[in-house]
Design a protein around this ligand. Structure first.
Ligand SMILES: NC(=O)c1ccc[n+]([C@@H]2O[C@H](COP(=O)([O-])OP(=O)(O)OC[C@H]3O[C@@H](n4cnc5c(N)ncnc54)[C@H](O)[C@@H]3O)[C@@H](O)[C@H]2O)c1
Length: 312
């Protein structure tokens, strides 16, 4: 048995798909007149001319985002600000959206100083009119919309379900869920015409696990992942990739508020096996990857960036 197994393994190594397999006949190596093209980089790796395009990735620091126009909501602070700054460092032009006009102006200033085209749009993501008009203005100015990050969000109240104020629950859903819907509807209208685009929705680890005292937030982030998966299915064939990112606790104004309650910060750190919480730029890196062609096969995914906090 051992010898037969060995023989089979050796044969499989020679031609793992078998001589009849299409890959080894029409376009494959048994009928090939010339040896497959091998670059010095790919020599010996088994990569052929047909599949080596996938190895043709940009140099380390070039994600191919330079010159693209990316919309970022909630860009005035925290994770949104880090995303805008990281995109700016990658050479992307930006349409920044936030409730806080002064905050986005402050983010935009240095980016404009780097020679980037940056537009600022003040509004509430919960308002369809605000979001649609911002995207329209941005497209008029930038002439294109290559990517979008629907990031603006709020945490809401801290109360058990029985006592959770219904009006706060509604507002959390309006901002976190309807905000993403308004964003995607406005962005997809443009991207459908272009037949290309990448959208990243900022969900949360709270899209994967529960979080006692934060039912509205958890419900809203589960909804963001559901929206992302469904939209991804609907637009995958039209050249538009839609993904979500799911960060755990990140140091921002949002969590600074939560950490004012004694013991919350310590408990949060203890719940992250990595031994610390995250920084906004660590989420920005994941978002940049999902926006870039480097993630060309990631569609409808929920990329967890969580210091292992959702594993058990
Ligand atoms: N900080 C975390 O630990 C964490 C973890 C997971 C997911 N998130 C998500 O990341 C996103 C950003 O969070 P953050 O921590 O950077 O928050 P933040 O409070 O630090 O910043 C949010 C920004 O969004 C803006 N904003 C808020 N509501 C808005 C609205 N209705 N319309 C337009 N702009 C609005 C604010 O003015 C602010 O500039 C949110 O969706 C949040 O749920 C945060």
């Amino acid at each position: 048995m051992a010898a037969a197994g060995k023989k089979l393994a050796a044969g499989a190594m020679d031609n793992p798909l078998g001589n009849d397999h299409p890959a080894n006949t029409a376009r494959g190596r048994t009928k090939r007149k010339h040896p497959p093209f091998r670059s010095p980089q790919t020599a010996g790796s088994g990569l052929t001319k047909e599949n080596m395009d996938m190895t043709n990735v940009a140099p380390e620091n070039d994600r191919g985002l330079a010159g693209q126009t990316i919309f970022v909501s909630g860009a005035g602070a925290g994770i949104g600000r880090a995303i805008a700054e990281a995109l700016g460092a990658a050479g992307a032009n930006l349409a920044l959206f936030d409730l806080d006009a002064a905050a986005i102006d402050a983010v935009a200033g240095p980016l404009k100083g780097q020679g980037l085209r940056v537009s600022c749009h003040t509004g509430d993501v919960a308002s369809a009119a605000d979001v649609h008009s911002a995207i329209e203005q941005a497209v008029q100015l930038h002439k294109q919309l290559d990517g979008a990050v629907n990031n603006a969000g709020i945490v809401g109240a801290s109360a058990d379900v029985l006592d959770y104020p219904a009006e706060v629950f509604s507002r959390v859903l309006d901002v976190n869920v309807m905000g993403v819907l308004h964003g995607m509807q406005a962005q997809l209208a443009v991207m459908k015409r272009q037949r290309r685009g990448a959208i990243v929705n900022v969900a949360s680890a709270a899209a994967i696990i529960g979080w006692a005292g934060h039912s509205a937030y958890v419900a809203s982030k589960h909804a963001v992942v559901g929206l992302t998966k469904t939209a991804a299915l609907e637009y995958a064939a039209q050249g538009i990739r839609i993904n979500a990112v799911c960060p755990a606790f990140i140091y921002t104004d949002m969590t600074a508020g939560l950490f004012q309650t004694p013991g919350v910060h310590e408990t949060a750190v203890a719940n992250h096996p990595i031994g610390r919480l995250g920084q906004p730029r660590e989420v920005a890196e994941a978002v940049m990857w999902l926006l870039s062609d480097r993630s060309s096969f990631a569609v409808g995914s929920s990329l967890v960036v969580d210091g292992a906090s959702t594993i058990d």
